[in-house]
Design a protein around this ligand. Structure first.
Ligand code: FAD
Length: 373
């Protein structure tokens, strides 16, 4: 098999790169080890306003807008409720979105090969293992869109994520209720050491999850999730309808990696560490970095030189994340319930609410071509 570009991984980053390169007339092969992209989903799928403004996601694959966030200390007492006058978040039907994007990729001329794992390199070729057995692809460039623990990054000799959270959630349809769509966040180091526990209730579906540093869960992440899910009580009195879907996975929070390109290819999405270190949101960053990757690869393929890949450099992007990395260290330092309760004393003041509003409803986005930081 031959191709201009082999994209490894059909998450949002890989699909976006493949579609855009296909639309520009390049020969693209997109592989994913998953047979069905609607299964084994790893994300809650909360899209922020900036993404919804700048990218055309199908309206029928997005849940109702959310304008309300409520932050809780470990005691769940005296929470801080923040309301925006704009639609801030919408939760994607991720199975539907991935399938929709596969159809778009096929229309763009991309060869989509599912149920097929990238297993390494043999000389200049990439080696794939799928239902038809092992085969090799000679691609001018390889794109590592293969997630936080990227095999492509290792094979191209690029940087790899070291600092990660792990997250898990349960997703289910809910009985309709009177309350407004709300994003509930609990800061409790026993449930979510270094990050948050959450309930996203958009009136149609609920996502109940926890994320934190794996080594810091006193009795493991799954136990923390079931403790949280069984004790929601008044925080979010939800009535589940039908099956519960389980999701989970690692979240890189060390910032964009420095070396994300070589003359043979480049990294996008989680593989490149393109996740906000503070909020752990990766859907907006993966789209914006993928746009940049598409321009660089298009340029390289048109000029017949790998030179443009030298400008695909994570170091200047990383520098823009300094503030968010500092705030991540602050959140990671909240190791006891007493400290979390004390932090809420500050959060309840006018400056505390203003700072939280800026993080949760602000206009900042991943530094890219579309939006500058
Ligand atoms: C529990 C959880 C909740 C989250 N919630 C949100 C949220 O609400 N909003 C937000 O903005 N961000 C969220 N994130 C982060 C966000 O989901 C990710 O940053 C984003 O999905 C990354 O997309 P990606 O395409 O880079 O990687 P992925 O979606 O991980 O895709 C990687 C793909 O590569 C494939 N793959 C891996 N290895 C191979 C191989 N060797 N061969 C072939 N295929 C391979 C995988 O099967 C997968 O399909 C969350 C993360 C987690 C873990």
């Amino acid at each position: 098999m031959r191709a201009d570009v082999l994209v490894v991984g059909a998450g949002l980053a890989g699909l976006h790169v493949a579609i855009e390169l296909g639309r520009r007339g390049h020969e693209v092969v997109l592989v994913d080890r998953r047979r069905d992209l609607g299964a084994a989903i790893r994300t809650t799928g909360i899209f922020v306003r900036k993404t919804l403004d700048d990218y055309a996601l199908p309206d029928d694959l997005l849940g109702p807008p959310i304008r309300r966030v409520v932050l809780y200390p470990p005691s769940l007492r005296r929470p801080v409720a923040l309301e925006s006058d704009r639609d801030e978040y919408r939760v994607g039907d991720m199975a539907g979105l991935y399938r929709h994007l596969v159809a778009e990729a096929t229309t763009a001329g991309v060869e989509v090969v599912l149920g097929t794992r990238y297993v390494g390199r043999a000389g200049a070729d990439a080696v794939l293992d799928g239902p038809g057995g092992v085969r090799q692809v000679r691609a001018t460039y390889v794109v590592g869109a293969d997630g936080a623990r990227s095999r492509v990054a290792a094979d191209l000799g690029l940087d790899r994520n070291e600092r990660m959270l792990v997250g898990a959630e349960e997703v289910f349809a809910i009985e309709s209720h009177a309350g407004p769509p709300t994003f509930h966040c609990v800061v409790d180091p026993r449930l979510a050491p270094g990050y948050l526990a959450w309930v996203v209730d958009d009136g149609r579906h609920a996502h109940v999850g926890v994320a934190g540093y794996a080594a810091r869960y006193p009795d493991g992440m799954r136990a923390a999730l079931s403790r949280f899910a069984s004790g929601l009580g008044e925080l979010a009195p939800l009535v589940a309808v039908g099956e519960v879907e389980r999701r989970g996975g690692p979240i890189p929070v060390g910032g964009v990696l420095r070396r994300i390109a070589s003359p043979c290819g480049l990294l996008v999405g989680d593989a490149a560490g393109a996740v906000s270190p503070l909020t752990a949101g990766g859907l907006d960053p993966c789209l914006r970095l993928s746009d940049r990757a598409v321009d660089v690869l298009d340029d390289a393929l048109r000029t017949g030189s790998s030179d443009p890949l030298r400008h695909y450099d994570g170091a200047p992007l990383r520098a823009k994340f300094r503030g968010r990395l500092t705030m991540r260290r602050g959140l990671a330092a909240v190791r006891t319930s007493a400290l979390a309760e004390a932090a809420f004393v500050g959060l309840r003041t006018a400056p505390g609410r203003a700072a939280a509003t800026k993080v949760l409803f602000g206009d900042r986005s991943f530094p890219g071509q579309v939006a500058a930081d």
